[in-house]
Design a protein around this ligand. Structure first.
Ligand code: HEM
Length: 418
């Protein structure tokens, strides 16, 4: 089965059930260029893989396919050759990066983060609320987490353009991608030099204050790992939750901003429509058997997070759905030693929840301007998000808490970064 053909529609639960019937819980798949990998779609098997970091480390250096990977291979930016960062190391090396990154994430003041997100959300909404229509992705769900991350990194409002510029470089694909990535690493190193001489209450300064000293290049790569791991899933968590609330009548009560429903929608999305559908991955350290398949040392395993969440082996109620409220046994954030750090999960949750609360509070009759089935999804089997979300609402005046010029500037910055 090819993961790159158009017939594979990630997130389509019926499709996963059919694949499960035909291939079992561990599926042999082909990546672009015919590169083989295993897609783990069984809940029990995924638990087994993610709970055993010795047999299945997240160590791409073990991959038995490197000799077959051409320069410019499309998935290279996502899978990545081993490099000294939290996301691309294993074992003791990875733990030393966690020991630097995790306390820094934990030091983010969540009350101030919430206040900042509300202010940023207000500012973005001020930029389009008078129009009565918007593309909710370009105007809101994409810029909000970017600006929140800029604040977490310690960028002042007037320095936002520098951060947006870096995000633009990171999003570069094709032949320029490597050069642009190197540019961003250099920019991060400059930021580190500034924070070394003038530390503040920000993530960068807090990482520098941890006891294990790293080289500037290592700190820079960890910071980029935080951005790349945190940005897109947070964008898509907002978008997928708003889509659910605007298309499912169970959430109609949230028109006035009912917080209970917002939280329920967010949790349901993590189970049923999760932003990271497939995460690459883990690599087998030795020959083994998983489900009904023989795995060879160095084989790559793709974590089928969305498929495992909808595995019929997970307890379902009479209507066939999982009791999602208060149930966090999903795989949306991965699991085990390499899972998304809890502090990062909290940060993501605050950005998403405060963004949706402000949005529905300011524009209570916001609705999709196209039928839900016409929304364009990101064209990737790995992530599940909406690329563009036309919405309409009764036009309202800007809240005026921040100058409208500011909001327009943010919108302009983001559009130029696409
Ligand atoms: C601003 C918010 C976020 C930040 C800063 C963040 C940061 C990170 C970091 C640093 C890692 C690497 C952890 C390690 O290697 O030990 C990671 C992993 C991961 N994150 Fe997040 N994250 C954020 C939001 C999210 C969201 C919203 C989702 C999905 C809904 C998500 C899903 C994941 C997954 C699936 C992994 C890989 C887990 C694995 O390999 O088992 N993250 N994240």
């Amino acid at each position: 089965m090819s993961l790159s053909d158009n017939g594979f529609r990630p997130g389509h639960h019926d499709q996963y059930q059919q694949i499960r019937r035909e291939h079992g819980p561990v599926v042999g798949v082909e990546l672009p260029g015919g590169i083989p990998a295993w897609l783990v779609i069984g809940y029990i098997e995924l638990h087994q893989v993610t709970s055993d970091p010795v047999l299945f480390p997240r160590d791409s250096g073990l991959w038995n396919q490197w000799a077959n990977i051409p320069k410019g291979w499309p998935l290279l930016p996502m899978i990545g050759r081993p490099n000294p960062s939290i996301i691309s190391t294993a074992g003791a090396a990875q733990r030393s990066h966690v020991a630097t990154v995790e306390p820094a994430l934990e030091s983010v003041d969540l009350i101030r983060l919430r206040q900042t997100c509300e202010r940023l959300a207000d500012r973005l909404i001020d930029g389009f609320c008078g129009r009565g229509t918007a593309d909710l992705v370009a105007d809101f769900t994409a810029p909000l987490p970017m600006l929140a991350l800029a604040w977490i990194f310690g960028f002042a409002d007037e320095e936002e353009p520098q951060f947006v510029d870096m995000m633009k470089m990171l999003a570069t694909s094709g032949p320029d991608a490597e050069a642009q990535y190197a540019n961003v690493v250099r920019r991060m190193e400059q930021l580190l030099a500034v924070k070394r001489t003038k530390p503040g209450a920000d993530l960068v300064s807090r990482m520098l204050a941890q006891p294990t000293p790293f080289t500037n290049a290592e700190y820079a790569r960890d910071l980029l790992a935080v951005i790349t791991a945190g940005y897109l899933p947070t964008v898509d968590w907002i978008g997928n939750s708003v889509r659910l609330m605007r298309t499912d009548e169970r959430f109609a009560a949230a028109l006035g901003g009912g917080q209970h429903s917002i939280e329920q929608a967010m949790i349901e999305v993590l189970w049923e429509d999760t932003p990271i559908q497939i995460f690459p991955g883990r690599w087998a350290a030795s020959d083994t058997r998983l489900g009904d398949k023989d795995i060879r040392a160095g084989d790559m395993l793709l974590l089928g997070l969305a498929a495992a969440n909808t595995d019929p082996h997970v307890g379902r109620n009479l209507t066939g759905s999982v009791e999602t409220a208060g149930n966090s046994a999903h795989f949306a954030f991965g699991y085990g030693e390499y899972r998304c750090p809890f502090a990062a999960q909290q940060i993501g949750e605050i950005i998403v929840r405060s963004g949706i609360e402000v949005l529905l509070d300011r524009l209570p009759d916001l609705d999709l301007a196209v039928p839900a089935e016409n929304l364009v999804r990101r064209p990737s089997p790995f992530v599940r998000g909406i690329a563009s979300m036309p919405v309409r609402f009764t036009p309202v005046r800007p809240a005026g808490s921040t100058p409208v010029a500011n909001a327009a500037r943010t919108s302009r910055l983001w559009r130029s970064a696409k």
